[in-house]
Design a protein around this ligand. Structure first.
Ligand code: HPA
Length: 267
């Protein structure tokens, strides 16, 4: 176990929590931690190897507790490639989760829609992704384990559980393909048109490196996007991070209802 895992494990032992499910919250989705009961909080700053959270709208804390009565770890804030140019910045975090006994990882993000019928405020279940950045967090990994199969990166059983959870919450949850752009600048209108032609439904600046790392570590994954805006050029409006932060809580409330049901079933 690494140092961060030891610190967390010691506190989990006191609380008798043994979570198997971890949830990573994307930009502006931090308020979800308020629904965690019996919360034990750790600042990333106190966890060796955890990335400092340099993006506004990301708290940078790990919260252990219960959601729908089930034990969970919630990570509010993540490192993005565009912060430091390191696609593997989340590796120590995911290794820590794995050594704590987490076997299921739920990733969330804020994303732009490239589809007219996928409006801001919606939640999209990520069916698959396109790694448009060309980057990979496993570049430099020496072991043969680096050749990770990505055919079933997003677990089909978890997708079905997500859909059942959405149905129970009375929320629509369309499936779609997420395309990873490095950021931090937003896409151009031409890039959004390209993304649509190539088969994307949403675009964003995160999640894909974590999915690759988590598959490398053997974790089961489900992921979803909260749509905060239409992609560049679709409405004529300029895009901004402020819009992402303002709009994320709207889809975030839907996501919260879905996640409560999901964790109630799978944890
Ligand atoms: N593009 C990329 N990332 C995003 C967007 C977008 O339009 N909206 C929220 N995150």
């Amino acid at each position: 176990m690494n140092e961060a895992a030891n610190l967390i494990a010691a506190r989990l032992e006191e609380t008798k929590l043994a979570p198997k499910v971890a949830i990573v919250l994307g930009s502006g989705l931090g308020p979800l931690v308020d629904s965690i009961e019996d919360a034990v909080r750790f600042s990333y700053a106190d966890l060796p190897g955890f990335p400092p959270s340099g993006v506004s709208g990301h708290a940078g804390e790990l919260v252990a507790g219960r959601l729908s009565g089930k034990p969970v770890l919630v990570l509010s804030g993540r490192a993005h490639y565009y912060e430091h140019g390191n696609a593997a910045a989340m590796r120590p975090v995911l290794e820590t989760l794995k050594s704590l006994g987490i076997d299921t990882l739920i990733l969330t993000n804020a994303a732009g829609s490239v589809r007219e019928d996928l409006a801001p405020g919606s939640v999209m279940l990520i069916d698959d992704h396109i790694n448009y950045s060309g980057l990979n967090p496993l570049i430099g990994e020496p072991s043969d384990a680096r050749f990770v199969g990505m055919t079933s990166a997003y677990d089909s059983g978890l997708k079905q559980a997500f859909e059942a959870a959405a149905l129970k919450a009375g929320e629509a949850l369309p499936r779609g393909v997420y395309m990873w752009f490095s950021g931090p600048s937003f896409e151009t209108p031409a890039e959004i048109r390209m993304a649509r032609v190539l088969g994307a439904d949403a675009v964003g600046m995160s999640t894909v490196p974590e999915v690759i790392l988590a598959r490398f570590l053997g974790l089961r994954i489900a992921a979803c996007s909260v749509i905060t805006n239409f992609g560049a050029g679709m409405t004529g409006a300029e895009l901004s991070h402020q819009e992402t932060k303002d709009m994320a809580p709207i889809g975030g409330r839907r996501l919260q209802a879905i996640l409560k049901n999901l964790v109630g079933e799978i944890a």
